[in-house]
Design a protein around this ligand. Structure first.
Ligand SMILES: Nc1ncnc2c1ncn2[C@@H]1O[C@H](COP(=O)(O)OP(=O)(O)OP(=O)(O)O)[C@@H](O)[C@H]1O
Length: 682
């Protein structure tokens, strides 16, 4: 029996109700329980009074002198005091609401006190006390502090983990190969798990943590690297026969000349498409840098080679927009483009599904719906996805199980510093669009206070009179979508009242797909002058005639989000503006506004963002696609992550890893991961 197969209920003391509550903390098996690590320690080590600083918490040992005095005050409140001799000093120990201790405080008995020491008054306010002769004494130890709640208390979980260590500790298996344990002089697993729960001292706790952090990051990287290595080895991707001439002809039909950056990136992608292994490439380019057309060329190449392609986007608004632009681009070449979204009618959906299965549709555009059950392709060979986090390795394995192993091109407009990207996402190949199409004027960005709304309205008037359009964004914070939608509705009324002669549109997440589509379509045709919207327009929306982006309460947005929003303008030849309305309360908030007014370069914005937030926070956002680690901290443990990546890459590249007994345990772990289901690992 393995520890991860023994339900936690097997432990004495874990009732059915406790078991339920443990489940909420992700604890199902004994292995989970042992891996439920403390996030800090409480220090109960006994020190001399001289070493205990006044005003701070400490633990001391002394002898009770004289009888305790109990005072009652308020309703059912008590204050118990007693003189205790510690290191030759007579101090007053004070307990609040612990009247039941009175009988135990007998003169000349030894006692250990933990609490706040006030030297001036020779007084110690006790938070916990115990007698050295009692069995459950904590004194002398560092006590682990766990994340707890409900009927799971600190002392209960300490006890149950302590018992689990006694009962099952010997069954804990090593996971890391000896070579790595030796290389970094790591604690063996059994010892590390025991010590992280019950360290003798801080050094030991840290050494245990170091080992377990490495293990966690190594296993994370191992998964990514093993996946990549298998992928390369298998050579079961599609080796597209790319017809260079027809691509040249297609590019000539585009309404503009490709930038040098676009040409370079297209070549990188075409080279990948020709290879027999699967492409896994990240295309990063600043907002408005022209990623869509690059994707279109790649899709065109796949179709010309005799396959189908898919473009997966995060929202239905974007799906509709991309459908229209691809239809336009592919019209002359006679490619058939289809749309598949979650909110589509059943009949339409059935037609599309049939079209995909029979190969009548060459390129499908859609949301997540594309890779759901029941969607079958005739021969899908390329998936382009619009935001890196939406198409992770897991989605990939869904397709694999359908017998599909497409090349994947992931586009992101959130430029991630290269080292971070590579480290966090395994070994993606990265292509970067550095320049924007020619003729674009830099967007002018202003930061104004709420009091200046009148002038902002004047700005709208000027732009609309010039034939341009404006976005007016109000925040949408997930916790109270209802309130935020109300904000948008109110703002819409306010703007419409200010400009009775203009057409003011409203767009938010609560509208139906067709309502959204209608509004977006009308805005695209300049039938709506001002679009009041929530962040549903954040990514990808492309209306080149819009030249003014106003963001209400801009302090409520993160830097990359603001940059994305700003990127909705400046997409045509006209001068564009971004106005941030904000009264930030914090220094970081002000700093963010400053960064926005100082630079328009997405890479620079990302760099400053990283500086302001640190990599921990950067990766903490949903954007990153990086899982929550139990122990590891992306910021503090970043170097370990780098190291772990190198180790994992080296190991999986070595043929021994896939057959030697020494690595059987690691292969076992991989096999259990759903990512590798259906794959033969050895
Ligand atoms: N080489 C080019 N020359 C001129 N215009 C171009 C060029 N490439 C793309 N465009 C136009 O630039 C605009 C922005 O392109 P696109 O929508 O592909 O940007 P993007 O990189 O996807 O940006 P975002 O992440 O903001 O959506 C589009 O209107 C597109 O037609």
């Amino acid at each position: 029996m393995k520890l991860n197969q023994i339900p936690v209920r097997q432990m004495k003391g874990v009732s059915a109700q406790k078991e339920q509550e443990l489940h909420a903390f992700g604890i199902h098996t004994i292995a989970d329980l042992l891996d439920y690590f403390p996030f800090r320690y409480e220090d109960y080590r006994v020190r001399g009074l001289a070493e205990t600083k006044s005003g701070e918490k400490g633990t001391v040992q002394g002898t009770i002198v004289g009888n305790p005095i109990l005072q009652r005050y308020g309703r059912a409140k008590t204050r118990l005091t007693c003189k205790v001799a510690v290191d030759g000093i007579l101090l007053t120990a004070v307990w609040f609401n612990r009247h039941f201790l009175q009988d135990q405080l007998t003169p000349s008995r030894e006692i250990i006190l933990t609490g706040k020491w006030e030297q001036q008054r020779l007084q110690l306010t006790v938070s916990s006390s115990e007698f050295p002769d009692s069995a459950s004494a904590r004194a002398g130890t560092l006590q682990p502090v766990y994340s707890v709640g409900g009927s799971i208390t600190q002392s209960w979980i300490r006890k149950i983990i302590g018992l689990a260590l006694q009962q099952y500790g010997a069954m804990m298996e090593e996971m890391l190969p000896v070579s790595l344990i030796d290389k970094y002089k790591l604690m063996p697993r059994r010892e590390a798990v025991t010590r992280i729960h019950q360290p003798e001292d801080t050094t030991e706790g840290q050494a245990a943590r170091r080992r377990l952090v490495y293990e966690e990051l190594f296993l994370f990287q191992l998964k990514l690297q093993a996946y990549r290595s298998l992928n390369r080895k298998r050579m079961d991707g599609t080796a597209h026969v790319v017809d260079a001439e027809s691509i040249r002809v297609f590019v000539r039909t585009l309404p503009f000349e490709l930038t040098d950056s676009q040409k370079k990136v297209v070549n990188e992608i075409l080279t990948d498409l020709r290879q027999p292994y699967c492409m896994n490439r990240l295309l990063q380019g600043d907002v408005g840098s022209g990623k869509t057309v690059v994707a279109a060329i790649a899709l065109f190449a796949a179709v010309k080679a005799g396959f189908q392609g898919a473009l997966m986007v995060p929202t239905e608004i974007l799906a509709e927009q991309h459908l229209r632009s691809l239809q336009k681009l592919f019209a002359a070449a006679g490619l058939e483009v289809g749309l598949l979204t979650g909110s589509m009618g059943e009949r339409k959906r059935r037609d599309v599904l049939a079209g995909l299965q029979m190969g009548l549709i060459d390129v499908i555009v859609g949301t997540h719906a594309i890779i759901q059950e029941g969607v079958n392709f005739r021969n899908l060979s390329l998936v382009v996805t619009d935001e890196q986090h939406r198409f992770g390795v897991n989605q990939r394995s869904i397709l694999r199980r359908k017998g599909l192993n497409p090349d994947v091109l992931t586009m992101t407009a959130t430029p991630i510093p290269r080292t971070l990207a590579i480290t966090a996402f395994g070994d993606l190949d990265v292509s970067t669009l550095r320049e924007r199409p020619q003729g674009r004027k830099p967007i002018k960005t202003y930061w104004v206070k709420h009091g200046m709304l009148d002038r902002v309205l004047g700005f709208i008037r000027r732009e609309v009179d010039n034939g341009q359009q404006a976005y007016f964004i109000c925040p949408l914070i997930e916790e109270s979508e209802k309130l935020d939608v109300q904000n948008a509705i109110d703002l819409h009324i306010q703007i419409q009242q200010a400009f009775p002669d203009m057409r003011v549109g409203l767009l938010h997440g609560r509208l139906s797909a067709s309502e959204k589509d209608e509004t977006m379509g009308a805005f695209g045709r300049n039938e709506i002058h001002v679009l009041v919207a929530t962040t549903v327009v954040e990514v990808g929306v492309d209306v080149p005639n819009a030249t003014l982006m106003i963001v209400m309460d801009a302090e409520r947005f993160g830097l990359s989000q603001l940059h994305q929003l700003r990127g909705r303008v400046g997409r045509g030849a006209h001068q564009s503006y971004c106005v941030l309305i904000a009264d930030p309360k914090s220094e970081t908030g002000r700093e963010r506004m400053k960064v926005m007014t100082e630079t328009e370069d997405g890479f620079e914005v990302a760099r400053r963002d990283l500086e302001l937030r640190g990599p921990g926070d950067f990766f903490g956002t949903k954007q990153s696609g990086v899982p929550d680690f139990k122990l590891a901290d992306m910021a503090a443990d970043f170097e370990v992550l780098e190291q772990a990546r190198e180790d994992a890459a080296e190991l999986t590249a070595n043929a021994d890893f896939w057959k030697e007994a020494a690595y059987a345990r690691l292969r076992e772990i991989l096999k259990q991961d759903q990512l590798f289901q259906g794959d033969l690992l050895d």
